[in-house]
Design a binder for this molecule. Structure first.
Ligand SMILES: CC(C)(COP(=O)(O)OP(=O)(O)OC[C@H]1O[C@@H](n2cnc3c(N)ncnc32)[C@H](O)[C@@H]1OP(=O)(O)O)[C@@H](O)C(=O)NCCC(=O)NCCS
Length: 323
């Protein structure tokens, strides 16, 4: 069961109309019409993935009534780790003082928190772990190309955290679905800068160590995969769309969210949307939305919530959870 949630963002909020001053040919109207995004958060020099993840984690642990010493595992989904080695999860472990925990990162892009939650469920089923912190966090503004208008307007920074405990009395994950398709990896990727093409001054100059995306193709695949994933999650839980109290989709683009909800036959009043205020925060998007939904009272004891995610890889997945 999801026993507590929290989220944190950097201090600076950036509006759409600030891009023009940076020399990017775009408008507030274009960004709102095509994506639904109005604002995103941008980390400053004193903020790190570890710092915002730790803040989100403390909030989730407080909500769950769990201390750092009680954490058995820390799983952190991210595509923008503070360092390539070691994982950001161990840095969060150190910051929290969670001395007993095993800690590791999950690399599944926007599906990172979803993969992490399903891994946590599996670890709890072994009987060896009771309390698991699952974080989704990104500093995407550090890995986007600030000269590429196709991507720079879409992404933002943030962290969402959840404390998972072994399910009791029919609460927790009722169905879970995970998929990936690596044949489409080049449609959304960082072409260079990893071990295959270590960073050089040329790579930095051409920006090929930053996110590159074939937007239209990603859009089509996202709609198709998220729609299918909703069907799978409902089938797996033996539920109908009408049973779902709230759909929390990955927040990439309002048009993707609307198309997914339409396919799943869930009215927009039952869909949580905050892409307007955060942009696409990748692995952080679902746990940030979840925390807001909980704190706004849109999720109560017994609520049935469906989650659906899609991201680079491609990776995608879904879950139905009873709170
Ligand atoms: C990126 C995205 C918003 C573009 O919207 P779209 O309606 O598909 O727009 P198109 O790709 O058809 O581009 C339309 C035009 O707008 C231009 N454009 C792109 N970014 C722009 C921007 N920020 N401002 C103004 N114009 C822009 C393009 O260059 C293109 O111009 P052209 O027709 O002269 O070539 C959309 O494809 C999308 O959301 N894709 C999925 C992205 C995503 O969610 N990725 C993460 C998945 S987890």
């Amino acid at each position: 069961m999801i026993a507590g949630t929290g989220h944190a963002v950097p201090k600076r909020r950036m509006a759409n109309d600030e891009f023009q001053a940076l020399g990017i040919e775009t408008t507030d109207e274009w960004i709102r019409d095509r994506t639904g995004i109005r604002y995103r958060y941008v980390a400053g020099p004193d903020e790190t993935l570890t710092s915002i993840s730790t803040e989100a984690a403390r909030m989730a642990m407080q909500a769950a009534g769990v201390t750092a010493a009680e954490l058995d595992v820390i799983v952190l989904g991210t595509a923008s780790a503070d360092r390539l080695l070691p994982s950001t999860a161990v840095e969060v472990q150190a910051a929290l003082g969670a001395t007993r925990a095993a800690a590791f990162d999950v690399s599944a892009a926007c599906t990172g928190w979803m993969y992490g939650a399903q891994i946590a469920e599996g670890l709890m089923a072994t009987g060896n772990h009771d309390t698991i912190l699952v974080i989704g966090a990104e500093l995407l503004t550090r890995i986007i190309n600030w000269k590429d208008r196709n991507t720079v307007v879409l992404f933002g920074d943030g962290a969402g955290a959840t404390v998972l405990k072994r399910s009791t009395k029919g609460r927790g994950i009722l169905s879970a679905y995970m998929r990936s398709d690596g044949t489409l990896a080049d449609l959304l990727h960082r072409p260079k800068g990893g071990a295959a093409f270590p960073t050089t001054p040329e790579i930095i100059a051409e920006g090929s160590d930053k996110i590159a995306m074939a937007g239209r193709e990603v859009f089509k695949n996202a709609v198709r995969s998220m729609a299918d994933a909703c069907d799978r999650a409902l089938d797996g839980a033996k539920l109908a769309a009408a049973d779902i109290d709230l759909l929390i989709p990955h927040q990439a683009n309002i048009r993707i969210i609307e198309a997914t909800a339409k396919h799943a036959n869930i009215p927009m009043e039952k869909v949580f949307v905050n892409v307007d205020r955060y942009g696409n925060t990748s692995a952080a998007s679902i746990p940030i939305a979840l925390d807001e939904a909980v704190r706004e009272g849109r999720i109560k004891d017994g609520s049935l919530v469906m989650f659906v995610a899609f991201g680079a890889g491609f990776t995608w997945g879904s879950m139905v959870v009873r709170f």
